[in-house]
Design a protein around this ligand. Structure first.
Ligand SMILES: Nc1ncnc2c1ncn2[C@@H]1O[C@H](COP(=O)(O)OP(=O)(O)OP(=O)(O)O)[C@@H](O)[C@H]1O
Ligand SMILES: [Mg+2]
Length: 212
């Protein structure tokens, strides 16, 4: 059976795509062989992996170019149980269109404010259009940078309802561990006890995703 192909997308910058992609991939790698494809010309996830050196704690990361992204996704899914693709902050390039047409699941990290959510609304149209060509495509919002003060506001619930695809129950809190992991070239799993709470929520997200 070909591997599960998961892309992390949002045309808004800085919503946590790379953070989610890397920690998700690190958690998946603990279950089965996982490949990360870096489709972002900013190459943040490749730089993150380069920082980890040869510690072997992060899954393999390969940069992909627009002209071979479809082939690389297909090849990755033949050789690995999971393929995670980190996308640049746009929906308008051929690269991101090709990625969306060639995956099983889209994860859309969104910060829990209605303003951020409204800035992410183009994804609703993009998912709708992509499903014409890729009808099996699943899409989920992932709330990122939740803090324990923010019980989701009524406005946020209304804005989420406009998205037309569901949010996973599991989200990621705002935690120093996510930033520390990036600086140290590891994932929250690699931080030991410092990353325990974060790893716990990434695990909950993975379990929910794999059961969806
Ligand atoms: N849950 C979190 N807790 C704390 N910091 C976070 C969290 N998620 C992301 N960050 C931080 O927010 C910043 C932006 O995150 P990230 O680079 O993952 O976003 P991005 O969507 O990939 O950005 P871009 O659109 O530029 O690719 C980074 O400094 C990252 O460490
Ligand atoms: Mg990024």
């Amino acid at each position: 059976m070909p591997g599960l192909r998961i892309a992390v997308v949002n045309q808004k910058g800085g919503t946590g795509k790379t953070t989610l992609a890397l920690n998700l991939a690190a958690g998946l790698q603990r279950r089965a062989s996982t490949l990360v494809l870096d489709a972002d010309p900013q190459a943040s996830i490749s730089q993150w992996a380069a920082l980890s050196g040869k510690s072997g704690q992060l899954p393999a990361v390969q940069a992909v170019a627009q002209d071979d992204v479809c082939a690389r996704i297909a090849q990755g899914a033949r050789g690995h149980r999971y393929v995670v693709i980190d996308c640049p902050p746009t929906l308008r390039t051929t690269m991101v269109g090709d990625v969306m047409n060639n995956v099983d699941v889209l994860l859309v990290p969104i910060q829990p404010s209605p303003v951020d959510l409204w800035a992410s609304m183009d994804i609703t149209t993009a998912v709708h259009n992509t499903r014409q060509r890729n009808p099996q495509l699943k899409a989920f919002a992932v709330l990122n940078q939740l803090d324990n003060r923010n019980v989701l506001s009524r406005l946020m619930h209304e804005a989420l309802a406009e998205l037309e695809f569901p949010a996973l129950r599991a989200g990621l809190a705002r935690r120093a561990a996510y930033r520390s992991a990036a600086v140290e070239g590891t994932s929250v799993y690699g931080l030991g006890h410092r990353g325990k709470a974060a790893a716990h929520e990434v695990e909950a997200l993975i379990e929910e995703l794999l059961q969806s």
